[in-house]
Design a protein. Sequence first.
Length: 382
Amino acid sequence: MAGGLFALLDDVAALARIAAASVDDVGAAAGRASMKAAGVVVDDTAVTPQYLHGSAAARELPIIKKIAIGSLRNKLLFILPAAVLLGQFLPGLLPVILIFGGGFLAYEGAHKVHERFFGDDTAAEKAVSPAGEFTPEHEQKTVSQAIRTDFILSAEIMVIALKEVVSSDPDASIWMRAIVLGVVALLITILVYGVVAAIVKMDDVGVHLSMKSSASNQRLGHAMVAGMPKLLAGISFVGTLAMLWVGGHIFLISLYEIGGTDGLLEGTTFGDVLHAPYDLIHHWEVDVHDAVGGALGGLAGWLLNTLLSGLVGLVLGWIVMTVLRAVGVGVHDSHDAEPAAGHDAEDAEEKAGAQEEGEHRDRHLVELGETPDEGVEDSPKR
């Protein structure tokens, strides 16, 4: 009886060790996968604060909460099952999906550059009510738009993470991949929206500190409030660079893998064409690394790769933006401009009517022998 008990305890201990090893494997795999998707995570973090532009301070955290819940729902209910099944049965399609994801990121980055130099208003700015804050309808519309944008970024993150899991452990079971992606989804969502919440509430913390009796706290509070616009501008700048770099890099790598070993077009002329761009960039990176040497050479090679990937992302994004605008996507719809034009016409007519009424009143006063300045007190003011 004792021997059976000890055998059972040994089995339990063995299962516990296996479970612990599995947890370690999940943690390690999730960590590697999350690091691989770091560029898109930076992009996601930088994109989200723009949707809070114009919202009341009391609505900032509730809006972030809504977007975060929608993001996690997207990852767990839609993206994760599709990604796991795709990785299990059609792994060769992962680079194809990443091409579209890279193109989207490049488009977002190019659109930001276009806004910066040509003055387009962002969708968030257009959703602000005349009072300067979101109406409930605008808030719901903006949250929905943010969740849609996050869906694409989240899909990009999850596919990159899945690709890392598949390449690092091709024999991993479908359940292990699902668990790893679930952990990645949870960690990334907490990280992104935790950082976003901290950023958008920094000025409130600064105001609170500035009301303290301590002079040091007041200085810190004033500095936080004054530094908030610069921080948001810096995040937007970094986010734009991240979109272009990550989008261009993903696009190049995906083309390389489609035309390379075990790719969908391996051994074909078109596959060699797709394989060539990143092969050339990587060759230049190695040349710079060898020419400079050491750790500095590695940094110089990486910077060259990053710069060229960013340029490719800018060109790719600009092409996508041009094509979309040519077919009427990504431009200001005419029906958006018509109400504004209608309001302008109404204002012009109203002003003209008021001016005509004023002139008629003045003529009437002159006929009565009064100066036009008299009796104006009761006239409506514009």
